[in-house]
Design a protein around this ligand. Structure first.
Ligand code: ATP
Ligand code: MG
Length: 438
């Protein structure tokens, strides 16, 4: 009997570009003292100063390496929760043909006031996506013909474009922004309603995991012509553009736009107990019924052999808006305070001074942490303690580790939690275990 040993080289064990370590001297972005004088929003001011984003024009921001890490951390949480309820990720085009929009009457600028449109060299008109209901409905005609093909839940994570009239809220209202949009295709209202409840719960888990669970409310909002209500997820935020009324006992809210409606009683919300608050819409879920499937003629053959319109819904989450809301709500006079699950790095490791032994030991600790799978930004720059500590506070990683002569005199490395400012001295040998064991 012969035994064949196959050697598999796992040099590239995963297809996502994940860097779990970084030396700050190699990071091309730098912190800056002042944000541009025309930038009025707190989230963009902090993100610019901390080197996460670059402002190109009002509502147009380049996401730099640190912001890409935050956005992908948020996107990965959303991916996990969408896949868990049957979502399937795809990638739509940002350029769209006009035909399906003409079928629903939305190509008209009077119907949609925030289009960016363009054309091919031969004159064919195209649009830059502000959403994908129409092209998605048209595409699904290729894949849905029978009740056996339903339900299906495709979703995109990508940038979309809106010619917003006002762009004063930094990354919370971009003219180009990064979002998740899922579209549901169901047989009938019953199958749709079942999914609608599931995705509402998945949304709550997303907001919980990104650190906004306590301040985000499922909120009744207007439903348009085809359903009485839709639901928004609104995060309480001083600079929010929306006003909501919160029933704190029930943990739900009503958007001001439907508040005056007599249907409040139907919602089982008592008027006396409502608290008014400014809020930001961080996501929404919408029942569409046959609003798109009838004009675009997306139908299927039901169990009785009869043609029937597909019952649809659409569900958005503003990923770059979420990054902005988190910065608005989780920051102090020194800078950003990232929640651990979405921080670009868990640890900001800092050394001071010229003692070569200490620099070498700090570098060893950096390698040990990264080998243990813990994400570390290592400030190896030739800069003074003041600058390094201020930058760490501004950039907002959840833990700061100072490895210095002074810290060693006090018993080890100094570990400080960004959120509380609580400090502990830990033997350098014990640091990996400290993070692995919590
Ligand atoms: P708003 O009322 O704030 O303009 P909307 O009702 O136009 O939002 P949708 O079209 O339903 O929002 O988009 C879905 C989600 O995308 C929103 O819940 C929000 O989180 C996000 N979003 C919408 N517009 C923007 C924008 N300009 N910049 C960043 N995120 C946005
Ligand atoms: Mg809008």
């Amino acid at each position: 009997m012969s035994i064949i040993i196959i050697h598999i080289d796992l040099k590239y064990p995963n297809f996502h570009v994940v860097y779990i370590y970084m030396k700050q001297s190699q990071l091309f972005t730098k912190t800056r003292k002042e944000a541009p004088s025309d930038e009025v929003s707190k989230n963009a001011q902090l993100l610019i100063r901390a080197g996460y984003i670059h402002k190109v024009f009002a509502g147009g921001y380049t996401f730099l390496p640190l912001a890409v890490k935050v956005l992908e951390n948020i996107a990965n949480i959303i991916r996990y929760e969408m896949n868990a309820i049957g979502g399937q990720e795809m990638q739509s085009t940002a350029l769209q043909s006009k035909e399906p929009w003409q079928a629903t009457g939305r190509w008209n600028d009077a119907q949609v006031d925030n289009w960016f449109k363009t054309s091919l060299k031969n004159g064919t008109e195209l649009s830059l996506a502000f959403t994908h209901e129409e092209p998605m409905t048209l595409m699904m005609k290729n894949f849905i013909s029978s009740y056996k093909d339903l339900p299906v839940y495709p979703y995109d994570i990508r940038s979309v474009f809106r010619n917003e009239a006002r762009a004063k809220s930094g990354v919370m209202r971009g003219r180009e922004f990064y979002w998740k949009a899922l579209y549901s295709f169901s047989k009938d209202k019953e199958q749709h309603d079942d999914f609608y409840e599931k995705i509402a719960e998945a949304y709550s888990r997303v907001y919980q995991r990104v650190g906004l669970g306590e301040t985000t409310y499922k909120t009744f909002a207007s439903g348009g012509t085809f359903s009485q209500y839709s639901h928004e997820f609104q995060t309480v935020c001083e600079s929010g553009e929306d006003t909501i009324f919160i029933d704190t006992e029930k943990g739900i809210a009503v958007n001001q736009e439907v508040y005056t409606d007599e249907v409040l009683a139907d919602l089982d919300i008592s008027k006396e107990n409502l608290t008014e608050a400014k809020a930001v819409e961080v996501g929404n879920i919408f029942s569409l019924a046959d609003k798109f499937s009838t004009p675009i003629e997306l139908s299927y053959t039901n169990e009785n052999g009869k043609p029937q319109s597909v019952y649809m819904g659409s569900y958005g989450i503003g990923i770059s808006r979420l990054m902005g809301v988190i910065v608005e709500n989780m920051s102090d006079e020194k800078g950003i305070v990232w929640p651990e699950e979405i921080a670009p790095f868990t640890i900001h490791l800092i050394t001071f001074g010229k003692n070569e032994n200490i620099i070498r030991e700090a570098e060893n600790l950096y390698h040990d942490l990264k080998n243990a799978g813990i994400e570390v930004l290592f400030d190896d720059r030739d800069a003074g303690p003041g600058q390094k500590l201020n930058d760490a506070d501004l950039m907002g990683m959840p833990y700061r580790i100072v490895y210095s002569e002074k810290s060693l005199e006090k018993g080890g490395v100094e570990i400080t939690k960004r959120e509380s400012g609580d400090t502990e001295f830990v033997d350098p040998e014990r640091v990996v275990a400290y993070f692995n064991e919590g």
